[in-house]
Ligand binder design. Structure first.
Ligand SMILES: [Zn+2]
Length: 396
């Protein structure tokens, strides 16, 4: 910890602003000056990043870095409360920066409007004291963890799904890292994203504020951090539970004999196809997977040209209640496709779609394994169709 004599002073406006902290035992003038001296990197300005960046700014953390390359979408506003309606279609980090400065102009905000990658992560993370993980995908989560371990930074973790969330502090005070808890990523497609699985809008608020609390405690050196504990929150049962976490003595990055000594290719590690490998290819030919992946423009052109596939929607019925393609032939949730093959003809081409293209790719593989030929996955799903082909359709 920095020696108290080295900490920045507060001016009279700051003393007025932070008065409820200044009179609080365990914070006081020295604690507030520690907050002013601190720097925190928020990876993601979405559901978790929104509340935690707001509270860190309000609390007087001196420098906040924001990493995000996304733009604000209308569907974000249900939970990403740092962004407002006027910012839809505009940069998330600029939106967050404007809101933070409205809340507390004393905070220095650094914007990193790029995807966090193995190439840039160490450079972006290095100038900060603490990193907070507000990401929504596994490759970035492992990347953040590994960068923090390699640079010796605490990694304040949170994740959310539907009505449940979890939080912990990794790589702090000799405690475990994310890889100690989750050695291997789940198979791609097994864990739906918030876009696929849905999330209660308030949930990231609760988890993000737990993360913000942990950050402030680490800066102040007070209380017991979540290092070595995983907090589990269930909104429906309204329960907080905790699991004890131990450092894995064989951890590949934080163990005594690490095999991961530099950042790796996290998309490959997590089995996520990259753009160059054909995340949205235009080639009709079936690839190694045994089915074709096509974008909506190509699919529309083929349909206009007389192609008449059996169109299989593999989303859930409540999603089809929101919006569906008028020319869909059947609705079978992706996990049931293997049991409902009798409803899917063998003598026609099959076009599979879901919301974004992930679940339908899983279903396409099931169909190929069951002997179906000429299976095409609609890349980007009905969301891409609604954005690029039929803009009268709502997106969700
Ligand atoms: Zn570890």
């Amino acid at each position: 910890m920095i020696d108290a004599s080295q900490l920045p002073e507060l001016d009279n406006d700051e003393i007025a602003r932070y008065s409820r902290h200044l009179i609080l035992p365990n914070v006081g003038m020295e604690g507030q000056r520690r907050l002013k001296a601190a720097s925190v990197l928020c990876v993601g300005t979405g559901g978790l990043g929104s509340p935690l960046a707001l509270y860190l700014a309000a609390a007087g953390v001196g420098r906040i870095g924001l990493v995000d390359f996304d733009v604000v979408d209308e569907s974000n506003l249900q939970r990403q409360i740092i962004h407002g309606t006027a910012w839809v279609g505009k940069s998330k980090v600029q939106s967050a920066k404007a809101r933070i400065h409205d809340l507390n102009p004393n905070v220095q905000v650094d914007t990193h409007e790029v995807p966090l990658t193995s190439e840039n992560a160490l450079g972006i993370v290095a100038p900060y004291d603490i990193v907070v993980d507000g990401t929504d995908n596994f490759p970035t989560r492992y990347l953040v963890n590994d960068a923090c371990v390699l640079l010796g930074k605490p990694n304040v973790y949170g994740s959310i799904f539907r009505f449940e969330g979890q939080a912990s502090v990794f790589n702090h005070d000799g405690g475990p890292c994310y890889r100690c808890l989750y050695e291997e990523p789940p198979p791609p497609g097994l864990v739906p994203s918030c876009a696929e699985g849905g999330v209660l809008g308030i949930l990231p608020g609760i988890i993000g504020m737990v993360q913000a609390t942990e950050i402030v405690k680490i800066i102040l050196g007070i209380g017991d951090s979540l290092s070595g504990r995983l907090m589990l929150y269930d909104a429906l049962g309204m329960t907080f539970r905790q699991l004890k976490l131990r450092k894995n003595p064989n951890c590949v990055i934080c163990g005594p004999n690490p095999t991961v000594t530099e950042l790796i290719d996290y998309n490959q590690f997590c089995g996520v196809p990259t753009a160059s490998e054909g995340a949205r290819p235009t080639d009709v030919a079936a690839g190694n997977e045994g089915f074709a992946r096509q974008g909506v423009a190509e699919i529309k052109a083929r349909l206009d040209g007389g192609w008449a596939p059996f169109v299989l929607d593999v989303r859930k019925p409540h999603e089809a209640d929101i919006v569906k393609l008028a020319f869909a032939d059947a609705l079978i949730p992706h996990e049931s496709v293997g049991h409902e093959l009798a409803r899917i003809p063998h003598d026609r081409d099959i076009l599979v779609h879901c919301k974004m293209g992930g679940r339908s790719a899983t279903a396409a593989k099931v169909l190929v394994d069951a002997g179906y030929r000429n299976v095409t996955n609609m890349e980007g799903g009905i969301t891409a169709w609604a954005k690029e082909i039929d803009t009268s359709l709502p997106t969700y």
